[in-house]
Ligand binder design. Structure first.
Ligand SMILES: [Zn+2]
Length: 441
């Protein structure tokens, strides 16, 4: 269990390949960040994990903790109609477009302490360094603590960042919270927000007044751990197409008596589809395309299926993701072609059902180059990588704002209590974030 960020400080050494000088220079920031994470963990403890429910008591406590800290440090604090929190460090020329950083403070039920919160703690820690050293950036820099990114509580992602740009619809505000059936509007209003202004499409953020958005987040896959790297620079957030409720419709028959040539085995048809698409994935890999394909749900009907019956019906899902729009289009054509081929040869109807899409979000090339440059300057080993999961950054990129993401090594995945990030790795990411916020752009 690693809610407490100093669990791993026993090693007391920089990550492999990182010069000792940087590591020492950021020792005060590492200590402060550990304290901030421990405070958030204390507020969110919900054994066996951490719960910061969107527009609920857990998320609210986290927002209050960050706002109180910002007030104590004398920084500017604002909230919008959706109760996103903005902490601003004033720059030398306040008329220049601001640099934004931040992430979400909510969590899934019984999740970990770092998913989301790391991005807010990172921005606050960089600000504390500037206060300590007397540094003043050329332009305003703002940490945004974003509301309700996780779709665990309301069936919609990126609620806070969408709201900040006036992108929530009246229908969105009527969605129900999963545990108590209150509407999103009721939950926002109960905490002092103004759903009517959101319903009217009022935007708090103006993309033209924002020079960049840089989000720091824990990595949710195993790549950085496998490659022994403290941080990664994100190239893009994968888009997806999904068939959530596909079905194979064959014919139930006696497993002993039905001749092979006469069977319409729905399970075999789905298995053939899975293998065929796995071969298509092989080909995409040879062409070095970014792609992941998942059949997350494959099920026979528990009422009708039996060991002694040829399965006549299988419900399944297909989730295909890539950062490349043309790869998504190509795979969609592959899925339809494979289904047609398998249906024709097996007599099993493959009905894909309703399709849903999300567009890939490409991270800004110049910002990526700046972050790679910062890593080279500070001697921090890193790699470029795609983000498999969605993030608020996708909304900022969709508004035409140059957007970048820094991933921090994290063991054991995310959305679970075993999330684990060391303060040493976090300090490496802070150095990149500081550069990303202040570099000329
Ligand atoms: Zn997250």
């Amino acid at each position: 269990m690693s809610f407490h960020s100093n669990d791993k400080r026993a090693s007391d050494a920089p990550p492999a390949g990182v010069p000792t000088t940087n590591w020492q220079e950021w020792s005060q920031e590492r200590a402060l960040a550990a304290t901030l994470f421990d405070g958030l963990a204390k507020d969110g403890i919900d054994t066996p994990g951490i719960t910061r429910d969107s527009y609920g008591a857990g998320e609210q406590r986290a927002h209050e903790r960050i706002a109180a800290l910002a007030h104590a440090w004398g920084l500017e604090v604002r909230t919008d109609a959706a109760l996103n929190l903005y902490v601003t460090f004033p720059g030398r020329d306040r008329s220049l477009p601001a640099a934004l950083t931040g992430s979400h403070l909510d969590s899934v039920p019984c999740g970990g302490n770092f998913d989301g919160a790391a991005g807010v703690v990172a921005g606050m820690t960089v600000f504390s360094r500037w206060l300590r050293t007397g540094f003043v950036p050329a332009h305003d820099c703002t940490v945004m603590a974003i509301r309700a990114e996780e779709s665990a509580w309301f069936p919609l992602s990126y609620i806070g960042s969408k709201a900040a740009f006036g992108m929530l619809s009246g229908d969105d505000l009527c969605i129900l919270r999963s545990d108590d059936n209150r509407t999103l509007a009721q939950c926002i209003e109960a905490l002092g927000g103004e759903p009517d202004r959101l319903r009217a499409g009022e935007a708090f953020l103006d993309a033209r007044a924002i020079s960049r958005f840089v989000e720091l987040h824990i990595e949710q896959g195993p790549l950085l751990v496998e490659r022994n790297l403290p941080v990664g620079i994100v190239t893009g957030i994968r888009g997806a197409f999904r068939f959530r409720h596909a079905q194979a419709i064959g014919e139930y028959a006696h497993s002993g008596a039905a001749a092979r040539g006469k069977r319409k085995d729905a399970m075999l048809a789905v298995a053939r589809l899975i293998i065929a698409l796995d071969h298509d994935w092989d080909e995409a890999e040879i062409e070095e395309r970014d792609l992941v394909i998942t059949f997350g749900r494959v099920q026979t009907d528990p009422k009708r299926a039996d060991f002694s019956k040829v399965p006549g019906h299988v419900a399944f899902s297909i989730d295909v993701r890539s950062i490349e729009p043309d790869t998504l289009l190509r795979l969609e054509a592959c899925v339809r072609l494979r289904c047609a081929e398998i249906s024709a040869s097996s007599g099993v109807e493959l009905d894909l059902g309703l399709q849903t899409h999300s567009k890939p979000a490409v991270m800004d090339a110049a910002l990526q180059a700046s972050l790679l440059n910062a890593a080279a300057i500070h001697g921090i080993p890193t790699m470029k990588m795609a983000s498999g999961a969605g993030h608020d950054s996708a909304i900022f990129a969709s508004q035409g704002i140059p957007t970048a993401m820094i991933f921090v090594r994290n063991e054991n995945g995310s959305h679970n209590p075993a999330e684990s990030m060391t303060m040493e790795d976090f300090a490496c990411a802070l150095q990149l974030l500081e550069y990303g916020l202040t570099c000329e752009y």
